[in-house]
Design a protein around this ligand. Sequence first.
Ligand code: SF4
Length: 232
Amino acid sequence: MFYEVVGKISIALGGGILFLILLSLFLGVLVVKKNKLILPKLLLFTIDTFYFQARRIAKMFGLGERIIDEIGIQVRNHLNREKFSTIPGKDRIIVVPQCLRYIKCPARLDSSIGVACRNCGKCMISELKREAEKLGYGFYIVPGGSFVQRIIKAVKPKAALGVACVKDLNAAMHDLSKTECIVQGIPLVKDGCVETQVDLKELFRVMRLGIEKSIEDMGRTCTSSELANAQR
Ligand code: SF4
């Protein structure tokens, strides 16, 4: 009798979890493919709690395991975007992976700030760094996820914009969601270990969220010093 009850409870629990994962997969596909956000908190709860199971089920349905990370990133981006836009550039940081660099990059790794770009112009990082600094961001090129945590602890930014492969990005955004830091993420369009790529246009668009508005409010093109003042 006891084992029968335990068996029934286990089956009901398993069925409930499976239903939750399937529902979240359906809602997640709507977010990723149609940009439609429904029940975001439930979605995040399910993919955070049943991450590995959800990946396996997504693979079984031919959706690919990476969709689970894409869902996590997009849902957090949606939930945080408005708040992120209200934070001045000077209180934001941007963190990009070192694999974005030119393969023969001359920059060296510094244990406190990450890779110190020399602006040689051989990869898009010099352009990205210039734009980030113009908008007031702290700019960091990091060798891995643990370095991100180190920078967050040292700098204590109010907001962070991260670039990484979907798996690392989702994990970092999940970790940062337990802190006060408001996070946004842009996944790499070509990942791997070297010379990866990011959609620079999309990255610039997110970097400028809320900041462009301050400039528009000034009603004209700003000088560099006016732009810096707009961040304060
Ligand atoms: S621009 Fe910076 S990151 Fe890119 S290759 Fe040159 S020094 Fe390295």
